[in-house]
Design a protein around this ligand. Structure first.
Ligand SMILES: [Zn+2]
Length: 308
């Protein structure tokens, strides 16, 4: 059986929010089967919690922010990406502020945190959303044209293309294709950091945003080059980060998607529109569980080797 997972023990981290610059504490706690991924604002007069869901996304300008039961939690995507990459289905996420800590700007610290807590296999089948037909969303025209789509596949793959008119991007791959059952999310994706441009940072700060942003939690470029002393972690770190974001954005149903995701210049907003287009069309997907290995697609046996 491909089983649901949670964290083995409670574990906590502290850091600043990228946009608020405020220090926050975040605790991951084990949760029973069929709980899902639940955010809980513990700093509010009456603690408020909500289950992640695509329709809870309220702000996608610079990050994916979720809102439910009067509570808002921003910049959830790198944590969600790590939870997706490690196959965590059920967890309580307690947070004492409005924004998830940015840590190093990638998903790697979240991967380490979950691995340090340990992963517990639960006695309930993992529920996948199987894509049954092509679902595509497009936006803009000419230089602003962007699109994202799902296609049926008995596996989990992502293909992403970016196109930035900037000297740094001429030497960095513009495309990435990853079959998560053959290449490691942890090794190939999780370490890729957020990136931004110096002139944007100055503009964002003037609007009271990116207040926690530093060269320790983002790749920052001026008009010509990367300003971080240590350069890039991967030669194609930019497109890898877009894949990292997409993995997180597409996990806001709380369930892995059995299908192929392909995108050109997509971002949080378009990823969310695509996810909603899928979930709102009852003919576009179905639930899939795998109780016996004989009936499990080989890609999923590779991706989730700890079967019980
Ligand atoms: Zn990101």
């Amino acid at each position: 059986m491909i089983a649901q997972r949670t964290v083995k023990t409670q574990i906590r981290t502290t850091g600043v929010g990228l946009h608020t610059g405020e220090r926050v504490n975040l605790t991951l706690r084990p949760a029973p089967p069929e709980t899902g991924i639940v955010f809980r604002r513990i700093d509010l007069p009456a603690p408020a919690d909500f289950l992640v869901a695509p329709e809870r996304v309220t702000d996608t300008r610079l990050c994916s922010a979720l809102e439910g039961n009067g509570a808002k939690v921003a910049t959830v995507e790198h944590l969600m990406s790590a939870l997706a990459g490690l196959g965590i289905d059920n967890v309580f996420i307690d947070i004492d502020g409005p924004e998830v800590p940015i840590l190093d700007g990638s998903a790697a610290p979240w991967v380490y945190l979950v691995q340090a807590a340990g992963i517990e296999t639960l006695n309930a089948p993992k529920r996948f959303m199987r894509v049954l037909k092509t679902v595509r969303i497009e936006e803009g025209e000419g230089a602003n044209h962007k699109w994202a789509q799902f296609d049926p596949l008995e596996g989990c793959t992502l293909s992403f293309s970016i196109d930035f008119d900037h000297p740094v991007f001429r030497n960095s791959a513009k495309e990435m294709h990853i079959d998560l059952s053959r290449e490691s999310y942890v090794k190939e994706v999780s370490r890729a950091r957020t990136f931004g441009f110096m002139n944007e940072v100055e503009y964002l700060r003037s609007k009271g945003l990116a207040l926690g942003g530093t060269l320790d939690n983002a790749i920052v470029m001026d008009e010509f080059r990367v300003l971080n002393n240590d350069g890039l972690r991967y030669a194609d770190e930019f497109v890898k980060h877009k894949v990292l974001d997409a993995v997180g954005d597409l996990y806001l149903t709380g369930h892995p998607i059995l299908g192929a995701f392909t995108a050109y210049k997509s971002g949080h907003g378009l990823n969310n529109r695509l996810l909603r287009a899928l979930t709102e069309d009852a003919s576009a997907w179905e639930w899939a569980v795998f109780e016996t290995d004989a009936k499990t697609p080989p890609a999923l046996l590779r991706l989730y080797p700890q079967t019980i």
